[in-house]
Each structure stands twice: as C-alpha cells, then as structure tokens.
Ligand binder design. Sequence first.
Ligand SMILES: CC(C)(COP(=O)(O)OP(=O)(O)OC[C@H]1O[C@@H](n2cnc3c(N)ncnc32)[C@H](O)[C@@H]1OP(=O)(O)O)[C@@H](O)C(=O)NCCC(=O)NCCS
Length: 174
Amino acid sequence: MTDLDIRESQDSDHAMITDLYPEAFPEEDLLAVVRALLGASEGVLSLVAIKGSEFVGHLAFTDCKIDGAQAKVAMLAPLAVAPAFQRQGVGSALVRSGLLRLREKDVSRVYVLGDPAYYARFGFATETSVAPPYSLPDEWREAWRSTPLHSRAPAYAGRLDVPAFWRDPKLWAP
Ligand SMILES: CC(C)(COP(=O)(O)OP(=O)(O)OC[C@H]1O[C@@H](n2cnc3c(N)ncnc32)[C@H](O)[C@@H]1OP(=O)(O)O)[C@@H](O)C(=O)NCCC(=O)NCCS
C-alpha cells in the first residue's frame, strides 16, 4: 500500500485507537488492556498506521520476561485494522515494522497468540518450550507462536511472564 506511514502512537492518537478495537473486534472486549497499554510509561511499543491523513491500524508489543530470567523478549498483541482497510497490507506493514524496531532494541524473540496462517508469514512458528501465561485449549496449540529476531537468539524454556494488565484469564480463553 502506498502512502502508508507507521509510527509510534502519541497521546493524541489514544481516542482513535480505543475507538478502533470495538469496530475491528466486535466480539472481543479488548478495551481494558488497550487502555492499560496506552497508559504504560514503559515496556510497551505502540504503533499506528496512517494512510494519507487517515488512521487505519494499531499494533502493540509488550516487554515480557521468562520465569524471571534476563531474556529480552516481547509479546505481540493486539493488532487491529479498520474494516475499510483490511486485506490491503496494513496489518502486515505494522507487524514487519514492529519486528524491525524490536530487533534494533535487541529484543531476541517475540511471542504471539494468533491465527497460525496469518502469523506464519512473518516467521512465527509454533512455540512449545515457552508456555503461555495461562493454559490454552487444545485447539489453540498451533496459535501460540514465536519468532526469533536474531540468529543468536537463545532457545528459552519456561513460562512467559507478562505484566499485570495481561494477567486476565479471559484474554487467554476462547
Ligand atoms: C487480522 C487483521 C489484523 C489483518 O490485517 P490486514 O491488514 O487485514 O491483513 P494484511 O492485508 O496485512 O494481510 C492480508 C493477508 O492476511 C490474510 N488474513 C487477513 N485476515 C486474516 C485473518 N483474520 N486470519 C487469517 N488470515 C487473514 C488474508 O487472507 C491476506 O492473505 P493474502 O495476502 O495471501 O491474500 C485485520 O484484518 C483485522 O483487524 N481484522 C479484524 C479482526 C480479526 O479478523 N481478527 C481475527 C484475527 S486475530
């Protein structure tokens, strides 16, 4: 998509971002976690996609830990694209830009709970050695994925330790 700018969100974007989620995900209530992400003073990378002068998408990454180890890892969530702009490359541009930015910050691996077919295209493969914060139903096993950002990324093992605003079992259940 031409004319697409990906940048970090600013305070003035927050209302547009919180309006987007009920529109893109009418069946899921992500507003509490989205507000917490936007209000976090550190540990969150929040990106917006702007086409021309129009706000068309949002993606956040949260810094996480693995069982208190020193690993510098992150989790991708949530991602939403305005319905009129879906399937035009906006989500892909947000994900690719975010992964590049995290690589520059020396983050070594990114985890996601999402559609396997969608995230496989960015290099996310099924994750089996680092467990999600909550047990997932069997049918979601393929949906818990990760991608390394560096060739020297160590093989981690343990459980992903997420900040408090992600510790809501409803966010991890169908
Ligand atoms: C899911 C979403 C973030 C993808 O962003 P997007 O900008 O529409 O996607 P892109 O244009 O970057 O990628 C399009 C590709 O992803 C695929 N795709 C789009 N939405 C998909 C989905 N929900 N599941 C699987 N694949 C999907 C398309 O088939 C397309 O593939 P192609 O390029 O081979 O034709 C966006 O559509 C969205 O916000 N959807 C509303 C919520 C939703 O569907 N959620 C379920 C997924 S978590």
